[in-house]
Design a protein around this ligand. Structure first.
Ligand SMILES: [Zn+2]
Length: 122
């Protein structure tokens, strides 16, 4: 039977391995917009309205401001996969921190025990 610490180590190695296989990452989000132009007689003003678009944008915060860039549909697909990877990256790091904290408790207890036994031998 592996010890609890060994199980934490194994779990941590799995997360690290998944991290090593992760593709490119991007911040932000892909926004899809359909718009109306306000021109009289345009299809976007008809009943029912047929709006313009869809238009794709990559939006992200830069120094507290939202910055957007227009994307083609293909570019939007790429950004979506990079953004998904970024979310997975954050989830993996959060799990690594949880496993580290749990393993850390055991290691700290072992360090305290061995410090006590060293002191007793002196
Ligand atoms: Zn229009």
């Amino acid at each position: 039977m592996p010890s609890r610490l060994e199980r934490y180590e194994a779990k941590y190695r799995l997360l690290a391995a998944e991290l090593s296989r992760l593709g490119f990452v991007s911040q932000g989000s892909v926004v899809v917009r359909e718009t109306s132009c306000g021109k009289q007689g345009c299809r976007c003003q008809a009943d029912p309205p047929r709006r313009h678009g869809p238009y794709y944008q990559w939006s992200r915060a830069v120094k507290g401001k939202t910055v957007s860039r227009r994307l083609t549909e293909n570019e939007a697909e790429l950004y979506r996969s990079w953004i998904d990877n970024r979310r997975r990256l954050e989830a993996i790091v959060a799990e690594m921190e949880k496993v580290s904290a749990a393993a850390g408790k055991i290691l700290l207890r072992q360090a305290a025990t061995s410090a006590r036994s060293h002191a007793a031998k002196r």
